[in-house]
Design a protein around this ligand. Sequence first.
Ligand SMILES: NC(=O)c1ccc[n+]([C@@H]2O[C@H](COP(=O)([O-])OP(=O)(O)OC[C@H]3O[C@@H](n4cnc5c(N)ncnc54)[C@H](OP(=O)(O)O)[C@@H]3O)[C@@H](O)[C@H]2O)c1
Length: 424
Amino acid sequence: MASAIVTGATGITGSAIVHHLQKDSSYKKVYALSRSDPGYKDPKLQHAAIDLQGSADDMTKTLSGISAEYVYFCAYMAHDDPQELCRINGTMISNFIQALEKTGAINSLKRFVLTCGFKQYSVHLGNAKQPFLESDPVLEGEVGGETWPPNFYLTQQRILAEAAARSKNQWDWVVTLPQDVLGFARGNFMNEATALGLYCTVSKALPGSELPFPGCKAGYFAFNTWTSANLHAKFCLWASTAKGAGNNIFNVINGDTESWQDLWPRLAKRFGCKIPNPMFPNGGTADSKGYKDFEPSTTRMPNKHPLTARAADLGVSSDPSKEESPTLFCQINPEKWAARDDVNKTWAQVRDKYGLDQKAWEKATWDFLTFALGRDWSCVGTMSKARKLGWTGYADTWDELVDVFETLEKEGILPPAERLKGDF
Ligand SMILES: NC(=O)c1ccc[n+]([C@@H]2O[C@H](COP(=O)([O-])OP(=O)(O)OC[C@H]3O[C@@H](n4cnc5c(N)ncnc54)[C@H](OP(=O)(O)O)[C@@H]3O)[C@@H](O)[C@H]2O)c1
């Protein structure tokens, strides 16, 4: 029977992995690491409070007596500056591995599974060649006549590969690349589904119960892929022992291709809202007016689209669209929407009626919605690489979204949809 160490155990990806390890009878012990205490009751789960920003020496004290065959690294600290993001997240994984080396726990290790994401393909910088393949060239530094910012996933991957080589390959690694994760973590609302659920709830309770799409028209029609936190956890457990998976990077997405044009009307129906027609009365493109009296936003990014770097090998050097800078346009800026008086009064009314968690509102990541709904490019990857090695997992994106909403209802973050529909 195996043991596992999970870092970032309270986060969206980490908590799902802990949950699946707990259910998996082939694991006898799970060491869950984070700064906050998740309050486990099962003796199979042992929490250790650790600050991964500390030095390797500091961590050896906490990690004393802890060893495992499998490490699932999901700790993550956000930062707006790409250099700082690399430094912080690079130091966390580097010091953690050094601490495992110092305690000798590294000698038990068989595979280290690191969670990264689609920023590997520079989706945060604009439109890139699609579908994304794990073998696609990465953008960092000088590529294709442009200077690209450092990418913290690549920093982490270099550190991990160097450490595995240092061990004379006694252990190997797997890197997973999920796209926008649909999941739930208590006390952590960095989650597209939570912000969306709150937006739909308050929209239902506002006069008229309309559900306008906050983002841009092109984004409404673009194609996207999502990752269920549960499916990602199952993938990580599969990849930790899958033959031929070692020292490889894998996309991890649900397996369907979705779009807001498909999901938005379903959201409206679930929350009892009306789909406005026209959805984009002022065009829904950069610099256009907002939806009704809502405030829009247009953000031009300083870089060119990542596709630019591939222009020559894709044969699109003469395509003028590659010259455009990536733009995020929201006909209703979610951050400004969440700060409006009428929206806050309506939220307070809904919160008090159903006894909802005020922290959910305060911690909702409206800025993430601004990006996810405001971009006008698709984000589609393929699962072919993992499937060729035997991965058969699949999740339906709409079903996963509903599953998260139901969890949010049970946790007192969203009201029961059926009651909301009857009450407003
Ligand atoms: N969420 C998404 O939609 C998404 C999509 C694609 C890729 N990803 C990637 O998935 C990876 C994991 O992200 P996530 O979304 O699961 O993160 P998350 O939900 O924000 O959780 C972060 C975890 O890291 C822990 N942590 C943060 N700082 C720490 C520190 N100094 N010491 C110890 N633990 C610390 C947090 O616990 P404490 O605060 O209790 O310490 C928490 O458990 C990241 O690389 C992220 O970019 C996420």
